[in-house]
Design a protein around this ligand. Structure first.
Ligand SMILES: [Zn+2]
Length: 213
């Protein structure tokens, strides 16, 4: 039996998934992407018997962080956001620990590894726990994040998907940042088979599909 669990909850009007990664022995938990409803997020931890010690931010778009200020009024937690986006997170300034690729957060014996995956935003990051990946708005089921918003970069997205996420084990379970598909989770192997953005082997083909070029 694994020493941690991942709880997935859809919150808010934009189909955001908020995640709790809980270490079963110490009952410490990290929340990923605290959007929309601080009350619902703290209840999520309370109902499962966890106390929130850390908050992980996949990127700083409002729908992923707009409950952060309210949550920090209820509890004291360390906020992990990629160093390039840390200045934008005004609601958490005293609590921020800027992160970079390869950093590992230990919750008891549960190890969460940070993978920097720019493309949707400059500081987008994914969270890798054993054979699980929480992917924010980088990789979706059968899709990937937009690259045409400020700070987006389709070349970087291609690199992130093809040279970082596709290199993970095929059995890795994928937990995306939004509930945009028919299922709520997937695997890296299914995405390699079905996801049009993973199937485009060349950068040129990828750009044509992503940007409609
Ligand atoms: Zn976003």
């Amino acid at each position: 039996m694994s020493q941690f669990e991942i709880i997935q909850k859809e919150i808010g009007p934009m189909e955001n998934f908020v995640y709790l990664i809980g270490d079963k022995q110490t009952k410490k938990a990290a929340i990923v992407d605290p959007g929309w409803d601080a009350e619902a997020i703290s209840k999520m931890a309370h109902d499962a018997g966890y106390s929130i010690t850390d908050i992980l931010v996949s990127h700083t778009h409002f729908d992923h962080v707009n409950a952060l200020g309210d949550l920090l009024k209820k509890l004291d937690a360390t906020v992990h956001v990629h160093k390039s986006e840390a200045p934008y997170l005004k609601s958490a300034q005293g609590n921020i620990k800027p992160s970079e690729s390869g950093d590992v957060l230990e919750l008891g014996s549960t190890k969460i590894r940070f993978i920097h995956t720019p493309g949707h935003t400059p500081g987008s990051q994914c969270f890798h726990v054993d054979d699980n990946l929480i992917s924010g708005d980088t990789l979706f089921i059968n899709g990937c994040g937009r690259c045409d918003l400020p700070g987006g970069n389709p070349e970087e997205m291609y690199e992130s998907l093809h040279n970082k996420l596709m290199k993970l084990k095929d059995t890795t379970t994928l937990y995306p940042g939004h509930n945009y598909a028919a299922t709520k989770t997937s695997t890296i192997s299914k995405e390699k088979e079905n996801n049009p953005f993973m199937l485009k082997e060349s950068l040129e083909d990828f750009l044509r599909l992503r940007m409609g070029l």
